[in-house]
Design a binder for this molecule. Structure first.
Ligand SMILES: Cc1cc2nc3c(=O)[nH]c(=O)nc-3n(C[C@H](O)[C@H](O)[C@H](O)COP(=O)(O)O)c2cc1C
Ligand code: SF4
Ligand code: SF4
Length: 265
């Protein structure tokens, strides 16, 4: 394998980007980041290594940091790139900075960083993306992908700098969420309502193994939630709510990604 593209996703945007990139890069393999993999030895011989992840509360999901810490990179001089998908205009937050710091701890470079805006996947009124905007973003993604892939094939070095004040504020927001969720688990707000048919899709799709089925209903474990919202967004009955905020709000997942692509049997 020449290129390993690791992705984390809740609702398929990052998987779509990873898959599309792999179409333009010879001998590229797309690999999901999931909790289950953390118990195995993780290593790669790939010459180029990519990470495609969503921005969540301005930064990267904790599981992605743990995965990178765990991953043994065997190539002596790898080309490493990161792509963040984000829902807000210019909403990539501190993702690039975090990747640089994580990789530097392993004496690895972040060779290039890219960001692609995709539909926002948070089912709250303020964040909903209109259908027209979704179409525009999907089209834009198909234009960006070949350009990014060409940079990767040419091993271009692409740095990204963020306004220092903005970066400082975003670091504060990210840290605030990290601290508050360590004190009070964020998944305390989830519950399944009477529409639940006990199909267990929510439990299977959770990349963090944070949902178990108890008495045929999902039970959030309150220990490892990444707040990716895969559970809420892939439930076929729209039976999962987060407090009262999500009641009556339309759900989203990338239209070209199937739930089966995210599930390990
Ligand atoms: C809890 C939560 C927090 C988010 N925070 C941000 C953010 O800080 N900036 C941003 O641009 N998008 C944010 N988003 C939107 C996602 O980054 C975006 O929709 C992404 O493409 C989802 O990718 P996925 O489908 O691969 O999970 C957030 C989404 C969720 C669910
Ligand atoms: S995915 Fe929805 S319907 Fe299926 S078990 Fe979970 S909450 Fe119930
Ligand atoms: S419980 Fe839901 S939001 Fe939390 S990590 Fe699992 S799928 Fe994502």
């Amino acid at each position: 394998m020449n290129t390993a593209i690791y992705y984390f996703t809740g609702t398929g945007n990052s998987l779509k980007v990873a898959k599309d990139l792999s179409q333009y890069i010879e001998d590229a393999t797309v690999i999901q980041i999931r909790q289950e993999k953390m118990s195995h030895q993780l290593s790669t011989n790939a010459k180029a290594i990519g990470f495609v992840v969503p921005t969540i509360f301005k930064g990267i999901p904790k599981l992605v940091s743990q995965f990178i810490n765990h991953l043994e990179v065997k190539h002596q001089n790898p080309y490493i790139f990161a792509v963040s998908t984000h829902g807000d205009h210019n909403g990539m937050g501190i993702v690039c900075k975090q990747f640089k710091e994580l990789l530097a701890k392993k004496s690895l470079p972040l060779s290039a960083y890219f960001a692609i805006q995709m539909p926002h996947n948070s089912p709250v009124k303020d964040h909903l993306t209109t259908n027209q905007e979704k179409e525009r973003l999907f089209k834009e993604e198909t234009i960006q992908i070949p350009v990014i892939a060409e940079s990767i094939r040419n091993r271009q070095l692409i740095s990204h700098t963020r306004n220092k004040f903005k970066s400082y504020l975003e670091t504060l927001i990210y840290s605030y969420h990290a601290i508050s969720t360590s004190k009070k688990p964020i998944d305390r707000g989830f519950y399944a309502d009477e529409k639940c048919i006990s199909c267990s899709i929510c439990s299977k799709v959770c990349p963090a193994q944070n949902i178990e089925m108890a008495d045929n209903k999902p039970k959030w474990k309150l220990e490892n939630c990444q707040f990716c919202l895969a559970c809420i967004q892939w439930c076929p009955k729209e039976a999962i709510q987060y407090n009262k905020e999500t009641i009556g709000i339309e759900r989203y997942h990338h239209p070209e990604i199937k739930v089966t692509e995210l599930i390990i049997d």
